[in-house]
Design a protein around this ligand. Structure first.
Ligand code: ATP
Ligand code: ATP
Ligand code: MG
Ligand code: MG
Ligand code: MG
Ligand code: MG
Ligand code: MG
Length: 280
């Protein structure tokens, strides 16, 4: 241990541990991806390669960090969720956010050429991401957070699909399309798509309409964070305690589990009821 007269500077560091026993969501978002997507000529409104690349980087993050229980991505953003029992980095905010952001960015850049083989990355157009952590006190509110992101995906995708169809197939200028869409509601956009272009929005690809949800799929046993058999006292105010070996076993199971990429409704109960281990 280095011991010097300079060590006092360490006392200037601010503690930033996130509240215990809460869900931690780290949301990252591409910096200036509007420009970046122009530079590399992403297909508008949805470049499938770019979304697959986002998902591949997110899967790598999930595999790297077994404390993550679910992730949701749309456009240039991804939300990663840590379980309330997570103790990684003593729950220090900066450590968690920077680790997610840099791991994701590293994989995104590493995998770029797989998804865009004919478009090598060129400085200064290099992908980077910002990130923040928010804590949520209950599974209900965490689910509302996830619903909020998926509703956002839907609203943006319906708008973008209509806008780009008017521009690409309707030969309208960007300004004219934007002007006509001002103040319209969902039903109006569905009608424009259907009546003018014969497009039924419901038939658009699920990945565009619903975004991407990542979770672990287990072959046999599903790991449970819950108490031992017989310990069913729901009113207990103490946190579920796990022994070291239980924790290690869980971690091993999580590491071995397959990470699934799905494009489904996560607003209704069904998704969660069918996969109770995700939030348990
Ligand atoms: P900021 O740095 O503030 O986040 P930004 O330019 O990244 O600015 P966002 O609001 O994050 O703005 O929007 C991301 C933009 O990136 C979208 O509006 C879209 O233009 C583009 N984009 C992201 N993913 C895709 C994709 N898969 N296909 C086509 N365009 C995409
Ligand atoms: P943590 O994730 O907690 O930071 P760590 O393994 O990165 O763990 P650090 O305290 O950050 O531990 O120390 C970084 C270690 O990386 C050094 O102890 C050394 O072993 C190695 N290292 C870093 N840079 C070099 C280098 N230029 N040459 C040789 N070894 C290096
Ligand atoms: Mg942003
Ligand atoms: Mg962005
Ligand atoms: Mg964004
Ligand atoms: Mg170091
Ligand atoms: Mg280090």
């Amino acid at each position: 241990m280095a011991n010097s007269k300079f060590e006092y500077v360490k006392d200037f560091e601010q503690p930033d541990a996130l509240l215990p026993n809460t869900w931690i969501v780290v949301r990252i978002d591409g910096r200036g991806f509007h420009k970046l997507s122009d530079h590399y000529a992403f297909v508008k409104p949805n470049d499938r390669r770019a979304l697959d690349l986002m998902n591949a980087a997110a899967v790598a993050v999930m595999k790297d960090l077994p404390d993550l229980c679910i992730a949701y991505g749309v456009s240039d953003e991804y939300s990663f969720v840590f379980h309330p029992t997570c103790q990684l980095f003593e729950r220090r905010n900066a450590k968690l956010v920077t680790t997610i952001v840099s791991t994701f960015t590293a994989y995104y850049i590493h995998l770029w050429s797989t998804y865009f083989p004919s478009k090598p990355l060129q400085p200064p157009y290099l992908p980077s991401f910002d990130g923040r952590a928010v804590i949520y006190p209950s599974a209900r509110i965490l689910r509302d957070y996830m619903s909020w992101r998926q509703v956002d995906c839907h609203i943006n995708n319906l708008y973008n699909t209509t806008f780009w169809t008017m521009v690409q197939q309707g030969d309208m200028s960007n300004t004219d399309a934007e002007q006509e869409l001002k103040g319209t509601v969902s039903a109006d956009k569905n009608e424009i798509l259907f009546k003018r272009f014969g497009i039924n929005y419901n038939n658009e690809e699920e990945i565009y309409k619903k975004g991407s949800v990542l979770y672990r799929q287990y072959e046999l046993q599903q790991p449970s964070q819950e108490h031992e058999v017989g310990d069913e006292d729901e009113s207990s105010i103490s946190e579920p305690k796990q022994s070291r070996s239980q924790q290690d076993k869980l971690k091993k199971l999580r590491r071995k589990a397959q990470v699934v990429v799905d494009h489904v409704d996560i607003i209704r109960d069904e998704f969660w009821q069918r996969r109770p281990w995700i939030l348990s």
